[in-house]
Design a protein around this ligand. Structure first.
Ligand SMILES: Cc1cc2nc3c(=O)[nH]c(=O)nc-3n(C[C@H](O)[C@H](O)[C@H](O)COP(=O)(O)OP(=O)(O)OC[C@H]3O[C@@H](n4cnc5c(N)ncnc54)[C@H](O)[C@@H]3O)c2cc1C
Length: 401
């Protein structure tokens, strides 16, 4: 297995760096740095998307005839690495990374014509309607129902934790169309226009004070049968295919190395009660080093996965290991950052009263987003497949237990 990059790959890296130098503006970098939620703000992500669309680099993983780049797996990896290193905002994956591959595989020609160009241009903004109250890890127990009526379905039920539903004009949904047999066998995949009468979005504000997730209600919502992706009652196969794309994407280690640099820089400025620097104490420094060791192991795992994919294989169930490992390191880093800034963690203004003062609580700039990032970061071990569920996959498929 060859983990080194070729001269051609290094030349490609230089080309990507040159482009990022000239097109990734300071205000986009600043906005990305200040992002505390899972996804960047819609406005920030769409501005970066428009720049990448113009260059032809927004959807490297799409077929070339639809706007893909035709890059090798290694080039895609290098691109993700360089974007992370340069501090680019993340693109919103819901349409481009999650729904689009499903449409390429299962969509009708009309669905491809209608939706793919609008995902790329940003005219359509999608959200994901899988989870329901009581149906998260146990997704196949979902109850939102679709009943046939002429050429349409009538949809009733609710979806929860729907990221960016407040911005979305479309939602891809799993609905129940049959109750007999195995629960997985009665599920259908539908595309729903959020402007349809009967769709309502209620915000859920998180412990960090952010509005990123929502609950979506469907009350007698009429959806054309033409909006079904794949056959009726075979939505589970479509849903699982989509989840393969929800996980991974590469570049996690690079992003975390940038986080480690920030942690060392902030910890290096902090002093303890007796005036000594935080990083002079062996204990705190050792905890940072332990994270770096985990991070090197993650980087090696990413590169071995890349080598396998480049040789024609697939990421496989090891992607569960990659997810858990990157989440553990990310959460470990957020914990150390919060400890490093100690009382400056309090000015997280959404949560505490400023006692009538208009001025922000005095705190150094570097502390500004740390509490919110720590609180939001707790969600990383839940969404995209909870940590324990990933461990079950590793136990069963990787370890054969
Ligand atoms: C920030 C955020 C954004 C999200 N965005 C979306 C979105 O856009 N669209 C969408 O459809 N969903 C979204 N989700 C929902 C997410 O997919 C679910 O929260 C997740 O699947 C877990 O389901 P649950 O919340 O019902 O928890 P549960 O499944 O009830 O799990 C509760 C706990 O039990 C553990 N557990 C469950 N089953 C097992 C098992 N078999 N063995 C061992 N332990 C188990 C879990 O690991 C967890 O710790 C989002 C969630 C979050 C937090």
């Amino acid at each position: 297995m060859d983990l080194a990059f070729s001269a051609a790959d290094e030349a490609f890296r230089e080309e990507v760096r040159g482009f990022l130098d000239s097109h990734l503006t300071d205000d986009l970098k600043r906005a990305a740095r200040r992002t505390t939620t899972v996804f960047a703000d819609k406005d920030v992500a769409m501005r970066w998307q428009a720049i990448l669309v113009e260059k032809g680099w927004a959807v490297p993983h799409w077929p070339v005839e639809h706007g893909g780049t035709g890059w090798t797996p290694t080039q895609k990896f290098i691109f993700a690495q360089e974007c992370a290193k340069a501090g680019a905002p993340g693109l919103i994956p819901l349409g481009m990374r999650m729904l689009a591959p499903v449409l390429f595989k299962y969509g009708t020609p009309e669905q491809k014509r209608e939706y793919l160009p609008r995902i790329l241009s940003g005219e359509h903004y999608w959200c994901q309607g899988y989870s329901e109250p009581g149906s998260g890890s146990d997704l196949s127990s979902l109850k939102t129902r679709a009943v046939k009526d002429g050429d349409d379905y009538i949809v009733n039920g609710t979806k929860i934790w729907t990221t960016h539903a407040q911005f979305a004009d479309h939602i891809f949904c799993l609905v129940r169309t049959n109750d007999t047999g195995k629960p997985q066998a009665g599920i259908t995949f539908l595309l729903i226009d959020m402007a349809t009468p009967g769709v309502k979005v209620e915000p859920i504000v998180t412990i960090a004070g952010d509005h990123e997730v929502n609950q979506v209600f469907f009350d007698d919502v009429r959806v054309p049968q033409a909006n079904r992706v794949g056959p009726e009652n075979e939505g589970w196969t479509v849903a699982k295919y989509l989840l393969e794309f929800e996980r991974g994407g590469g570049g996690a280690a690079t992003r975390l190395y940038e986080g480690l640099k920030e942690l060392r820089a902030i910890a290096g400025q902090r002093t303890a009660g007796d005036g000594s620097r935080l990083t002079d104490g062996r204990q705190f420094a050792a905890r940072i080093d332990a994270l770096e060791i985990q991070l090197r192991a993650l980087e090696f795992m990413e590169l071995t996965t890349l080598a396998r994919v480049s040789a024609g294989g697939s990421p496989g169930p090891e992607s569960s290991l990659l997810k858990n490992s990157s989440v553990d390191i990310g959460q470990g880093m957020e914990t150390l950052l919060l400890e490093a800034i100690d009382y400056y963690g309090l000015p997280h203004a959404n949560l505490i009263s400023l006692n009538g003062h208009d001025d922000p609580w005095p705190a150094p700039d570097y502390a500004e987003t740390i509490t919110a990032r720590y609180l939001n970061g707790r969600a990383a071990s839940i969404f995209g497949g909870a940590k324990e569920v990933q461990k079950n996959i590793v136990a069963k498929v990787v370890l054969g237990l």
